[in-house]
Design a protein around this ligand. Structure first.
Ligand code: AGP
Length: 602
């Protein structure tokens, strides 16, 4: 959601802050701002809209030499996306940027107003800076005032605060929202994710919840409670090229093409000659586990549903799926011998993180399938299996989904091996199929050209149905979500067998049906569902298998030997179809309206 950047040093501070914000744009935002303190004076700039508006506003501001600065991209939660609500928020002599939600802000705000404080914005964040200054008035010690401020606020936050009475210092605090500190040759950096630190720092400290402290040109002092701590530094990727488009039109397009390569990395050291290997799991990790609860949001939830078929079919273990935001509030019955598996690309999704904490509190063993090491979810779970997809910057998730599915398939085989649910021959077949995933995910240029040409026919209409059976039903959900997210056209994913139970009432030539027609699973059943729609004049695009004579359009799939390989190849097709339709509609594929890459608020 919001992005935070901080810098202490003498290397072109305005450019450093703006470059950092640019690296965070992919998270989605609607306003931005920065504040620079030099010689004990703070200059603050804010602008609604894209980063370019802030660049214009600061065109004549370019401080030289040592300075301290904080910057922010805001995704509105409290108050409209206006300039006045943009961060930083200032007091008489200090400024603050914040990512998260201050849950008790109204009470604090009322008390401050009762004592004469004037508020300018509608945000919860502004409370922080006024509270800090009120504590400072009482005890004249900025560090103590900051400590009291942090202790007074409830909720989730990553905070950077600067104060003219401490001219070379940034105060920071972290609870529930990510915050990293990096040290580079040009100074000390803060960021809410790796991207702004890559290329300027070689390592980073990933702050734990409850961390707070201060940093200046000489040191960074980190505390948890009253105790000073010295957290380990973790190495960062050395070059930014890994986070750049490299000739593609969009990050999303690059990441669709990357799936084949990263799939190989996901599988590395996880396949023996004829078995699956997950060294991340202690030998006895699965002891006593008799069922799985798979919990996630969005695309990651679709991976959960697809894998539930695989767990029950291959590992003969019950696998129940949960949407995290539902799970949190429905008083779920939790059984001690259930493994709670959370799936998350970012590792920061608030609902998934809170569901994970609920499961832990309920005494369940927990496992995270995650793409970001050291993320809040990765650090909260008892064990984590990283998907190794690399930085995913497109808001619409692609390679994360494919690598999640690979890891979940591996996990199903790993469980099956341990429990004896699968024979040696079947296991060998599955392992052989897994080895072919990178080729199933490889994009064939003539296929992409065909999709690009076809997309011109699917730009209007009154909606889309994506339909499929078995594992192709959650893939239909994913195809519908991809299309919605970046084309803004209405689309629904549906079990193919459900169309006759109502949805078929919508069938007409302006209702586009995208049918995932597998050659290996329920082929005839799916085709008869498709014929029901065609008989009612629905315009139909069949993806998969042999040419379907009745279809208006057909996108062939080469994989025929294994349903999950068909699944992966179809995945690239639905991703490219959504992308090419969105391109024709002129949408911002990487930063679709209203969306954020990581939903760190409820
Ligand atoms: C997927 O394209 C969306 N960006 C969104 O649904 C996303 O999958 C969801 O917010 C979960 O994110 P996570 O995997 O980082 O937890």
């Amino acid at each position: 959601m919001c992005g935070i950047v901080g810098y202490i040093g003498a290397n072109a501070i305005k450019k450093t802050l703006l470059d950092g914000l640019k690296e965070l744009e992919y998270r989605g935002y609607d306003s931005a701002g920065l504040a620079v303190m030099q010689g004990g004076k703070i200059d603050s700039f804010k602008a609604a809209g894209k980063l370019s508006a802030l660049v214009d506003k600061t065109a004549d501001f370019d401080p030289k030499g040592f300075a301290v600065g904080i910057a922010h991209t805001r995704w509105a939660t409290h108050g409209k996306p206006t300039e006045i609500n943009a961060h930083p928020h200032g007091g008489a002599h200090s400024a603050v940027v914040h990512n998260g939600i201050i849950e008790n802000y109204q009470t604090l705000k009322n008390d401050l107003i009762a004592n004469g404080t004037k508020f300018l914005s509608q945000t919860d964040t502004e409370v922080i800076v006024h509270l800090y200054e009120s504590f400072l008035l009482q005890n004249k010690d900025p560090f103590k005032a900051f400590e009291l401020t942090i202790k007074a606020i409830d909720g989730a936050y990553a905070i950077l605060l600067i104060d003219e009475t401490s001219p070379s210092t940034i105060f920071f605090a972290k609870k529930g929202s990510p915050l990293q500190i990096g040290e580079g040759v040009s100074g000390r950096y803060f960021a809410s994710s790796d991207a702004p630190l890559v290329g300027v720092c070689e390592n980073a400290i990933y702050l734990e919840d409850g961390s707070w402290g201060y940093a200046n040109d000489r040191e960074a002092k980190i505390f948890v409670g009253d105790a000073p701590i010295s957290p380990r530094k973790k190495p960062l990727p050395l070059t930014k090229s890994a986070a750049r488009k490299e000739g593609f039109r969009f990050f999303m397009e690059k990441e669709i093409y990357e799936q084949s390569k990263v799939a190989g990395e996901t599988l590395t050291s996880r396949l023996n000659a004829d078995s699956a290997r997950l060294d991340e799991l202690p030998e006895d990790f699965l002891t006593g586990v008799i069922s799985l609860r798979l919990c996630a949001c969005g695309t990651s939830y679709h991976a959960a549903i697809a894998s539930s078929y695989v767990f029950e079919r291959l590992a003969k273990i019950e696998a129940r799926c949960e949407i995290a935001s539902e799970f949190r509030y429905r008083d779920p019955l939790l059984r001690a011998n259930e493994l709670f598996v959370v799936i998350s690309q970012s590792g920061e999704t608030a609902d998934t993180l809170e569901a994970l904490k609920m499961a832990k509190k309920g005494g369940l063993k927990t496992l995270a399938i995650c793409n970001v090491d050291n993320s809040s979810i990765a650090r909260e779970a008892d064990a984590t299996i990283l998907t190794r997809a690399g930085i995913e910057k497109g808001v619409a998730s692609t390679k994360a989904f494919a690598t999640q599915m690979i890891v979940l398939w591996l996990l199903a085989l790993y469980i099956a091996q341990k429990s004896g649910a699968i024979g040696k021959d079947k296991l060998a077949q599955e392992i052989a199929a897994l080895r072919r995933v990178p080729s199933a995910l490889a994009i064939k240029s003539e296929r992409h050209d065909l999709i690009r040409r076809l997309s011109k026919r699917y730009l209007h209409g009154h909606g889309f149905f994506f339909i499929g059976r078995d594992i192709f039903y959650p893939l239909a959900l994913e195809g519908a979500l991809k299309l919605k997210e970046i084309s803004y056209l209405h689309a629904e994913g549906y079990p193919a067998g459900e169309m006759k139970h109502g949805p078929i009432a919508l069938a007409d030539s302006e209702l586009f049906t995208i049918a995932l027609t597998s050659e290996t699973l329920l082929k005839e059943k799916t085709r008869s569902n498709v014929e029901e729609l065609i008989a009612r004049d629905s315009t139909l695009l069949a993806i998969g298998g042999d040419r379907f004579a009745l279809a208006d359009d057909h996108l062939p799939i080469d994989e025929r030997d294994h349903p999950i390989l068909e699944f992966f190849e179809m995945t690239t097709v639905i991703q490219l179809l959504a992308l090419e339709i969105a391109v024709r509609l002129g949408n911002d594929v990487d930063m679709p309206r209203n969306l954020a890459k990581s939903v760190t608020v409820e």
